[in-house]
Write a protein that binds this ligand. Structure first.
Ligand code: CMP
Length: 139
């Protein structure tokens, strides 16, 4: 069942470059409501668990060490058709292929340091949100 919720992380590159405010502004202006939010840092172990679905990919090691290299902002976002609309807002994984006006086109540096994560399905949005937030931390 569609939950109308998605999960995002503002990644270490975007945090380091002071893009948190700009990215949140784009998210709010696109009509997403913030259900939960946390400024935190993943251990390598936690990043490995979060990205376990990519374990067999050649970039898994790089991804895990990158995502645990600095603080991130994790959030659950709500909007009708949240998963698909958020993927449209962030643009293609590779920022050189992202459309103009998307978050990754505006703020991302590379395919690994691509500014934001967005869930790829309702099921993963639920799993990823549960990874970070208890029921009491959602409003
Ligand atoms: P994300 O949406 O967080 O989900 C998986 C991440 O893996 C993706 O964003 C990219 O940052 C990263 N990724 C995907 N393909 C590559 C690649 N070829 N090299 C390095 N990182 C990648």
């Amino acid at each position: 069942m569609a939950t109308n919720r998605t999960f995002t992380m503002i990644k270490p590159d975007a945090v380091e470059n002071n893009y948190i405010g700009g990215i949140l502004k784009m998210i709010n202006e696109a009509g997403f409501r913030i259900v939960a939010m946390k400024y935190t840092k993943l251990s390598a172990e936690a990043a490995g668990t979060f990205y376990e679905v990519h374990k067999e990919r050649p970039f898994y090691g790089e991804l895990v060490s990158y995502m645990s290299s600095g603080p991130i902002v994790a959030a659950i976002l709500e909007k009708e058709n949240a998963v698909a609309d958020f993927r449209t807002l962030i643009g293609a994984t590779d920022p050189t292929k992202a459309d103009e006006g998307t978050i990754r086109k505006t703020y991302a540096k590379s395919i690994a340091a691509n500014a934001v994560h967005g869930s790829d399905s309702d099921e993963n949005a639920q799993i990823e949100g549960d990874f970070y937030f208890s029921k009491l931390e959602r409003y």
